[in-house]
Design a protein. Structure first.
Length: 782
């Protein structure tokens, strides 16, 4: 019986490795039609006319929808999870290249695509706004003419400005830098899509959907369509990755729903790779100015940041609504910095909707990058080793729980232990000696460190909401008479292995085998309400709900066991997966026997009903704060600019590990993300707004060739407030690793006087850096 946490093989892999997963595009319904979207070729233009006659006349076309058609149904605009409204199909203007303009429904997918070319749209081009830094200029084109703030979405600040200013005034040294965290794309292998099926007779709408947040999307669909929430079923079958890309509601989903409701037949819409890369939600796009202040012996005194956030044409992605810059303000990171202040301004540009997504922990990615780059620069300025500078400034274990300057309480941590472990795995001193020896020979090797703290598990309802909804998650646990159990959860795996780890949580609490716990998710008709999987919140929130529900089952079982044993329940103790009479460990019953008895005719005490089922809704008291220490070793060829990542050492602490094998898998993929972001990925635009990242020829994904097999270490500092002491892990490595890679490359290039270069560090950008030139990797002037 396996009822402890441990490296249990993933239950879901049996179907995946046999090719038996069911993804949205695998589903075919009787009479199903296929939709395709006509997209704008221009970044900014007024639509003067749309002629759909020829497309409608195509023999295989069943319907053509335009913004005007949707407007008649009051579905031309949809709410986003961020509190914005986004055009489903453009009515007056197009605001980015690839924006949705018309929807063709045909009897097959190819005919739908062909018919797109028969639609005639007249565009009157407008000057596009591509460079976020020009968004607030007096002569900037206005992206959203109906918004009162023009291109300005928000101005937001956190921290104590005067305290930060005083710290800077008192400092011996100040280091500052402009840095760009470029626009990147989560690129799940499965693109986004939906099948909508409206049954007019029953008034029921079923939507198979590529969504990380089925219940949240159902609520949006209810508001849009007028179909009551309880008559909508959102089914999210297997997902081929999400990485944040499947959090937003996309116009294609709404088009499929509108078409199915108009035609009365199921309609499938599945985007292709280019559509996915050009128009689904982006991440990052943060233009940051950071400053760090310190004493001459390297004690960091203060941190300031001024950020311009490019959100594209619409604010599509959820971030807790009180925090328009996500959790960027946890930007003092892992260091004992007394004074900090940041200002973030969000702007619209003529780019696809941006915001938060891509393993980001709600903008903590950008924050970690900023402080870790500045820390390295400070070390260089002070001629202190970057590991030593970090050890001097890391928060100490006795400082926890620690309230950071912007008010968040970090729950637990032992940071020096994690960094020292990483340094020892790396053999840091020998690496530095090797580096020096190589430099003598004209070889450029870099050693880059980063340390990160995340805040994940959104979120406590006292602090945050999405669409006005608190962020509690539910778990329902049904215990069959055989003692086998079914756990229904509100979160939605995209590959993280919830069917295994959530079964492990319940099995651990109830003394069952992992095989005896079935996990149900991804179907709003069968699962309790909750806001979905992102921000590594599944374990911190829904995992806690599962543990609490299981403990309730255990307490119910105690009463039944007492009746079975004819003792008082006070005389029982839970030991080795069974309720036993205290002092008599051979007596007692496990959950299976107790469940059988609960369902039997056994006489139960008054007030105890005859089953063990329980449920829980978990409102987390705080975020959980996982952390880690990363070291990246690179070899850089300054003559070609080619960077090879030789080694990657990652020590992660996510509290108690439910399934260490899955945790390591999460770290592996996050490190690959980080290497991709740091070295090869940017969604760039030319000056008229053509997206230059529309295929995997341009937007590069790292492969095993670029990613060394990482060397992992772990420390375990349980979260004190989480029922099983676990913290999230799903985004840690993506958050922590880019800074280590960049620090490593800049370290390698120190002899060239390079102090900073913006990501991605492609060969061209690295070579330019060695020539003392800085480029804007996100913008190509035509
Ligand atoms: N886990 C564990 N012990 C812990 C923490 C987590 O065993 N102490 C396990 C969990 O039970 C779960 C997995 O690790 O099976 C990830 O858990 P968690 O950190 O709670 O993250 P979520 O399940 O909420 O996943 C979301 C996170 C995010 S936000 C992105 S983005 C991302 C990521 O996960 N997208 C992914 N990892 C991904 N992995 C895959 N394969 N595909 C994606 O799209
Ligand atoms: Cu920020 S990407 Mo994940 O939270 O779905």
């Amino acid at each position: 019986m396996n009822h402890t946490y441990g490296p249990h093989p993933r239950k879901e892999d049996a179907r995946f490795i046999r090719g038996q997963g069911t993804f949205v595009d695998d589903i075919t319904l009787p009479g199903m039609l296929h939709g395709a979207i006509l997209r704008s070729p221009l970044a900014h233009a007024r639509i003067t006319s749309i002629d759909t006659a020829a497309a409608s006349a195509h023999p295989k076309v069943v319907a053509v929808l335009t913004g005007a058609d949707l407007a008649e149904r009051e579905m031309a605009w949809m709410p986003t999870l961020f509190g914005d409204v986004q055009a489903v199909l453009a009515t007056d203007k197009v605001l980015f290249q690839g924006q949705e303009v018309a929807f063709v429904v045909a009897t097959d997918r190819y005919a739908a695509r062909d018919a797109l070319e028969l639609i005639m749209v007249d565009y009157e081009p407008l000057p596009p706004l591509i460079d976020a830094r020009k968004a607030l200029g007096a002569d900037a084109p206005i992206v959203r003419e109906n918004l009162p703030g023009g291109n300005r979405i928000f101005d937001w600040s956190a921290g104590d400005k005067s305290a930060a200013d005083a710290a800077f005034a008192a400092a011996d040294v100040v280091v500052e830098c402009d840095m760009l965290y470029p626009r990147s794309h989560p690129s799940p292998l499965e693109t986004c899509g939906a099948i909508a099926s409206y049954d007019a007779t029953g008034g029921k709408l079923t939507v198979w959907l590529t969504t990380q947040a089925p219940h949240a999307h159902r609520l949006v669909f209810a508001g849009l369509t007028g179909v009551p929430e309880h008559k909508i079923r959102v089914v999210s079958p297997d997902l081929g990755g999400g990485f944040g890309a499947k959090v937003p509601v996309y116009p294609g989903y709404v088009c499929a729903i509108a078409a199915s409701m108009a035609i009365g037949r199921p309609v499938k819409w599945m985007e292709d790779r280019s559509e996915n890369l050009m128009s689904t939600t982006f991440a990052r796009d943060y233009h940051m100015h950071g400053e760090i202040a310190a004493t001459a012996d390297g004690k960091i005194l203060g941190l300031r940041a001024r950020v311009l956030a490019d959100h594209g044409a619409f604010n599509a992605v959820a971030q807790p609504s009180k925090y328009p810059a996500g959790f960027f303000h946890i930007f003092t990171g892992s260091y004992d910095i007394a004074a900090a202040y940041c200002e973030v301004t969000g702007v619209h540009t003529n780019k696809a909707p941006g915001g938060v997504a891509y393993s980001c922990s709600f903008r903590i990615t950008e924050a970690v990058y900023l402080v870790e780059r500045l820390t390295d620069m400070l070390a260089r300025r002070l001629c202190i080793d970057p590991a030593e500078l970090r050890l001097r400034n890391l928060l100490q274990p006795e400082q926890f729980p620690y309230t950071c300057p912007t008010g968040w309480e970090y729950d637990s941590g032992d940071y020096p232990r994690a960094l020292k472990l990483a340094l020892s795995i790396a053999g840091y001193d020998e690496l530095r000696a090797e580096q020096a020896a190589r430099r003598e020979r004209g070889e450029y090797m870099g050693i880059g460190i980063s340390f990160f703290t995340e805040g994940v598990g959104a979120g406590p309802r006292a602090h945050m909401d999405i669409m006005g909804l608190g962020m509690a998650d539910g778990a329902d646990l049904r215990v069959h008479p055989s003692g086998q159990v079914v756990l229904s959860i509100s979160v939605q795996t995209q590959g993280q292995g919830h069917e295994t780890t959530f079964a492990q949580i319940v099995a651990h609490e109830l003394g069952l085998s992992v095989e005896d716990v079935e996990v149900v998710h991804g179907d709003t008709d069968r699962t309790p309400f909750g806001l979905g999987t992102y921000g590594s919140r599944s374990t911190p929130v829904s995992g806690a709900a599962a543990a609490v529900a299981a403990r309730r089952v255990r307490e119910r079982a105690r009463v039944v066991a007492a009746a079975m044993l004819e003792v008082s329940s006070d005389d029982l103790e839970w030991l080795d997966g069974a309720w036993r009479v205290r002092g008599d460990p051979d007596s007692g019953y496990g959950i299976a026997e107790i469940a059988r008895a609960a369902h039997s005719t056994l006489e139960l005490p008054p007030g105890v009903d005859g089953h063990l089922d329980a449920s829980a809704v978990y409102d987390p008291p705080n975020l959980t704060f996982p952390f880690g220490a990363y070291i990246c070793v690179t070899d850089v060829d300054p003559s070609t600019g080619v960077v090879a990542v030789r080694r990657f050492i990652a020590v992660d602490d996510c509290g108690v590990r439910i399934n260490p094998m899955i945790v390591e898998g999460q770290v592996h993929r996050g490190l690959a993300d980080g290497i991709g972001i740091a070295l090869m990925q940017v969604i760039a635009f030319d000056s008229v707004g053509n997206c230059l990242g529309g295929s995997f020829m341009d937007y590069l994904l790292p492969t095993a060739l670029e990613c060394p097999s990482p060397e992992l270490g772990e420390t375990v500092t349980p979260s004190p407030h989480h029922p099983i002491g676990a913290k999230g892990i799903g985004e840690s490595a993506t958050v922590g690793s880019p800074a280590a890679v960049v620090n490593s490359v800049v370290d390698a290039l120190a002899p060239f006087g390079v102090t900073h270069a913006d990501m991605p560090l492609t060969p061209a950008n690295v070579w330019l850096a060695t020539q003392g030139r800085r480029v804007r990797p996100d913008l190509y002037e035509n």
